[in-house]
Design a protein around this ligand. Structure first.
Ligand SMILES: [Mn+2]
Length: 362
């Protein structure tokens, strides 16, 4: 409950805050908002994570507080000497990565602030609600419970960034009137204007990244009567574009954005096989299909890794798709040319549009 979490945090002289491996905007924004709040209350705070913040979050106020855990004696001592270790935006202690052993060895009390299903009960106090849009929403409530007047520009900016990233810019089902009330309060108290925040988070594509996008879009195909679309990123496409897989962040949303498409897949070739991103709209679930390939995730967003040749992996996943996703049933037998794929003429036109003709593989 928020009261017991607040009491433990505010009775501390030193608190370590951590979050999950490969942290996202909600993880870092929640962590920093909590750090700013506690520092304002006279608590000494250390933010230690397994992995660095994502590049599009490097502008968040106070980001220099966030340190990567290096296993050094000095950092272990911070964890050992802390009164409380606070974990945000994950339901399991093991998700904080290599800090876990140090945290378990410490005499510090542990608190959890999270919005994922089935939080672990290895914490001394928890503030969790799986219907919350984000950890940021819960950190807001925690601060407001104490005194909403503590919310300054730095706290408001971090919480706004946390909430907007975890709600897909306020479009997911988790967005309630309460979320908008929280955000309204953040805008007011922080005197924020949303546009620069959204721009800093989302307008971060690089030229190689956009070149890779152009090549990926050329690979786009549609199946199952227009209900599934998929794209491919091969290793040669990455090399041609001089891009990395990090540049492909969010690409799977392009096939998903097509009218009539309910399921979108992105296959990214690696040395050993292919990484697959699964996305779906509304009530259509993709996690069963991901699980069939030893992956996992949520209803609308899952992932898997499959060993093998890229083409074989694509065929295997497409063949299995209707077994695991009801809305894909009854695709007519292929007659050689799939009328819903791009025709050669369309591909030609698209590649002219994208000005890639000179760069096609020779
Ligand atoms: Mn989250």
């Amino acid at each position: 409950m928020p009261d017991s979490v607040l009491r433990l945090l505010l009775d501390s002289s030193s608190v370590v805050i951590s979050t999950h491996i490969r942290p996202d905007g909600d993880a870092i924004g929640s962590q920093l908002a909590l750090a700013h709040f506690l520092e304002g209350q006279g608590v000494t705070v250390y933010c230690l994570n397994e992995d660095p913040p994502p590049p599009n979050m490097e502008w968040l106020p106070g980001i220099e507080k966030v340190k990567v855990f290096d296993g050094s004696l000095e950092q272990r001592r911070l964890i050992d000497d802390a009164d409380v270790v606070a974990v945000v935006d994950t339901n399991k202690l093991e998700r904080i990565g290599s800090l876990q052993t140090a945290v378990e060895a410490s005499r510090a009390k542990r608190v959890l602030i999270d919005h994922h299903l089935d939080p672990e009960d290895s914490f001394d106090a928890t503030f969790t609600r799986d219907t919350a849009s984000s950890a940021g929403e819960l950190v807001y409530e925690l601060i407001a419970q104490h005194d909403a007047d503590c919310i300054n520009e730095a706290i408001a900016t971090n919480l706004y960034a946390a909430i907007t990233t975890d709600t897909g810019s306020f479009r997911y089902n988790s967005v309630t009137p309460h979320v908008h009330e929280v955000v309204a309060d953040l805008l007011r108290r922080g005197e924020l204007s949303p546009e620069p925040i959204h721009s800093a988070i989302y307008d971060t594509r690089t030229l190689p990244g956009l070149r890779l996008l152009a090549r990926s879009l050329e690979s786009l195909k549609v199946r199952f009567r227009g209900r599934l679309s998929y794209m491919i990123i091969s290793r040669s496409m990455l090399a041609d574009a001089e891009a990395s897989t990090d540049d492909a962040e969010g690409f799977v949303n392009y096939p998903l954005s097509m009218r009539g498409v309910l399921v979108a897949l992105l296959f990214t070739e690696t040395a050993e096989g292919a990484k697959i991103s699964f996305r779906s709209k509304g009530q259509v679930a993709v996690n069963k299909l991901a699980r069939a390939f030893d992956g996992g995730g949520h209803r609308n967003a899952s992932g898997a890794f499959v060993e093998g040749e890229l083409d074989d992996v694509v065929e295997a996943v497409l063949a299995a798709a209707p077994k695991h996703i009801d809305v894909l049933e009854k695709e007519p037998e292929s007659t050689g040319s799939d009328p819903e794929e791009l025709t050669d003429e369309d591909s030609e036109y698209l590649s002219q549009l994208l000005n890639l003709k000179s760069q096609s593989p020779s």
